[in-house]
Design a binder for this molecule. Structure first.
Ligand code: ZN
Ligand code: ZN
Length: 136
C-alpha cells in the first residue's frame, strides 16, 4: 500500500499501487507550485485511489497545455497529489508527501528545457526537453 500525508497530518491518501511511472517534472508550473526546481511525481491508477481530510483543489493549465488540478492540504498548504485532466485514469502523487519516500524511484526527468541550472538532480535520469513523445 502506498500512503502519504501532508505536513500537519490532517490530509491523507492511499493507493494499492502499482506505481505506473516515476518522474521529476521541471515545468515552470511545478516550480511555482512547489517553490523548488521541480516536483517528483509518481503515477498511480485513479480508481482505487482514496484521500481524506481538508483537501483543497487548485486548477491551472498544466505543462501539457491541458487543465491540471493540484490537491493541497487546505490547512497547511502541502502539495499532496495531482489529477491531470489530460489523463483521467491517473493520479500523480507528489513524492515528498509519501510516508515512505523510498517508494519513489525516478527514471526520467521532463520539461528539463525549463529547468534552472541549479536544479539538476544527482540521480542519472533520462531527460526530455518537454514531454516524452509517446505521452505528449
Ligand atoms: Zn495539512
Ligand atoms: Zn510540471
Amino acid at each position: 500500500m502506498i500512503t502519504g500525508r501532508c505536513l500537519c497530518g490532517e490530509a491523507r491518501y492511499r493507493s494499492p499501487g502499482p506505481t505506473l511511472f516515476a518522474i521529476v517534472c521541471h515545468c515552470r508550473d511545478c516550480q511555482r507550485a512547489s517553490g523548488s526546481g521541480g516536483v517528483p511525481v509518481m503515477g498511480v491508477s485513479r480508481g482505487p485511489f482514496a484521500s481524506e481530510g481538508p483537501i483543497k483543489q487548485v486548477r491551472t493549465r498544466g505543462g501539457s497545455g491541458h487543465p491540471a488540478v493540484r490537491h493541497i492540504c487546505a490547512q497547511c498548504g502541502s502539495l499532496l497529489f495531482g489529477t491531470p485532466e489530460s489523463a483521467p485514469d491517473l493520479v500523480t502523487i507528489y513524492a515528498g508527501s509519501l510516508d515512505d519516500p523510498t517508494l519513489f524511484v525516478p527514471g526520467e526527468a521532463i520539461f528539463v528545457g525549463q529547468r534552472p541550472p541549479w536544479a539538476r538532480l544527482a540521480a542519472d535520469l533520462v531527460e526530455h526537453v518537454a514531454l516524452p513523445a509517446q505521452t505528449g
